[in-house]
Design a binder for this molecule. Structure first.
Ligand code: ATP
Length: 516
């Protein structure tokens, strides 16, 4: 874990140094858990959003998009359950005055048990070699079996306390496990209290509770309240989906791990409306489809896993997370939830407006069931960067070993697709030619022109921001109108006629390939 944390620190520093992400309001010492995306960050984030939008909306005839407002009628949040049930259990340590999420303290304790189990298994694997049978070892080794039973026991106590909103039991678990504050080391805890995560603000011309507005904590409700508007105007038939990308706000108790847990973040959500009884089929379909989406962009299979929810939210009858192995371990990246007809029915009840669909096949009216896929754009950004970041030894221009930091991003989402570099700055004819190539290519994709410093340093700068191709203009270019294209990962260089550069590059960076 220590090496991984080291890696994490490097990624955070890289984000700042190369203009991907800045702390919000940094000159005032920053605002906790709020971040700004810099020049390369915004490009990468937009490309991630485009990849999601195209795969969802453009590639599915039965999915359409909307862009709903952040503010919604306050009754929305009453109906959705967020006013009464969007709480996290918080606990304070009286000595350090630090605040924690009680469930997270317990989960972290459980993770430590998992680490112990994995350590034992690794040791045994080494000892027994190829004949090692992990399943048998897990069941029969007394020490490991004890850890596993203990882990399961704490897990079920936690799940039951969370679903019953039982704050006393949560505190009891923390006491029983003798969990200490990571800062003060003391076990001097307050009681566990519920804390609502919604930010509120006030409408200008209405005083008191009447004018209280919330900043949406999820984008989904904008889709639910527009369900019939969209269905009628697009004449979609069930099953069909509505997709949306937009900001969401949560007053997170413990905000840390960089852009993993923010107070203002962006979600990419899709609600898929199905006939009652069909939801499990579609739940499986979307689990499979979303995992493929992650793999297509280059996330290795071993860094992804499903984590089924034991402790279901008030609206769900099945839920699973797609977890990614972040530098700080496997954590939720995306949620796939079978939300039943909870949201539409609640809105129907509270608004008094029918939110039903007439099914021409079944010949009946019903409130549709919903399967949603919900991914945080910022978490996807962090997963993408963590996966792409590498430090490696490569030969420099003179053939000596040198270290480079490179972002091995899929070319389709790289912030800059191509850099045009004259080999030397001094020659007027060379820079003119390079500039002309750049002026032409920029019509097709995001390009940079760079003539400052030696060619090796310029290559390194492009590697660090993940530019997949560098077009180098040299003496030969002036003679025969050819340039070299250097590929970021393999470092291979090919010489091609100038008029072919645009086509070669367009083929290689095309997002289309990810959908085939
Ligand atoms: P967690 O358990 O990590 O708090 P959650 O289960 O509350 O997440 P959902 O309500 O399912 O999250 O939200 C869907 C997605 O939105 C998550 O999978 C995650 O990618 C993203 N997300 C949720 N909260 C945050 C946050 N505070 N900062 C950044 N992304 C977030």
């Amino acid at each position: 874990m220590a090496i991984q944390n080291d890696q994490f620190k490097k990624i955070v520093a890289h984000c700042k140094e190369y203009g991907f992400i800045f702390q919000s309001s940094e000159i005032y010492d920053g605002l906790s858990a709020v971040y700004d995306y810099g020049p390369y960050g915004v490009e990468l984030k937009n490309n991630i959003k485009q990849y999601w939008w195209q795969s969802m909306v453009q590639m599915h005839e039965n999915i359409v998009g909307i862009d709903a407002a952040i503010f919604m009628h306050p009754k929305t949040w009453k109906a959705s359950g967020h006013v009464d049930a969007f709480n996290d259990p918080l606990i304070d340590n009286k000595d350090s005055k630090k605040r924690y999420r009680a469930d997270v303290l317990i989960e972290e304790y459980m993770e430590k048990i998992e680490v112990k189990i994995n350590k034992e298994i690794k040791k045994a694997h080494k000892r027994f070699g190829d004949s090692f049978d992990e399943v048998k070892y897990r069941a029969e080794n007394p020490r490991v079996a004890k850890y596993i039973a203990n882990h399961a026991d704490i897990g079920s106590q936690l799940a039951s306390a969370m679903s019953n909103n039982d704050m006393v039991t949560l505190k009891g678990i923390i006491e029983e496990l003798q969990i200490a504050c990571p800062v003060s080391g003391s076990r001097n805890w307050t009681d566990v209290r519920q804390f609502n995560l919604m930010f509120s603000t006030q409408l200008g011309n209405v005083a008191g509770e009447e004018g209280k507005l919330y900043l949406r904590p999820e984008t989904a409700q904008g889709i639910f309240v527009n369900f019939l508007n969209v269905q009628k105007t697009t004449r979609q038939k069930i099953p069909f989906g509505i997709a949306q990308i937009g900001k969401a706000f949560r007053n997170e108790i413990v905000a840390r791990q960089f852009i993993f847990r923010m107070r203002e973040f962006e979600q990419m959500e899709m609600q898929f409306f199905v006939a009652p009884g069909e939801e499990m089929k579609w739940y499986e379909y979307w689990k499979d489809t979303r995992l493929k989406w992650h793999k297509a962009i280059g996330t290795p299979e071993e860094k992804l896993r499903f984590h089924k929810h034991e402790n279901l939210a008030h609206y769900a009858n099945a839920a699973v997370d797609i977890q990614f192995n972040f530098p700080f371990g496997f954590k939720e990246l995306e949620g796939i939830h079978s939300r039943t007809d909870f949201d539409l029915s609640s809105h129907q009840e509270l608004s008094g407006k029918k939110l039903q669909y007439f099914d021409p096949v079944l010949g009946e009216n019903y409130v549709p069931y919903v399967v949603e896929t919900s991914i945080g754009c910022d978490r996807m950004f962090l997963a993408t960067l963590s996966n792409a970041y590498e430090e490696e030894i490569v030969p420099d221009a003179k053939g000596n070993d040198s270290t480079r930091t490179v972002l091995k991003l899929n070319p389709a989402i790289a912030p800059v697709k191509c850099a045009v570099l004259p080999l030397v700055k001094k020659e007027d004819a060379l820079t003119k030619k390079a500039r002309a190539i750049f002026e032409d290519l920029r019509f097709s994709f995001n390009c940079q022109y760079d003539e400052k410093d030696g060619i090796g340093r310029r290559y390194r700068r492009q590697d660090a921001i993940g530019t997949p191709y560098c077009v180098t203009v040299d003496g030969t270019t002036l003679e025969d109108n050819t340039v070299t294209i250097r590929e970021r990962d393999s470092l291979e260089q090919i010489r091609v006629p100038i008029e072919k550069v645009e086509q070669i590059m367009s083929d290689r960076i095309n997002m289309k390939k990810l959908f085939l």
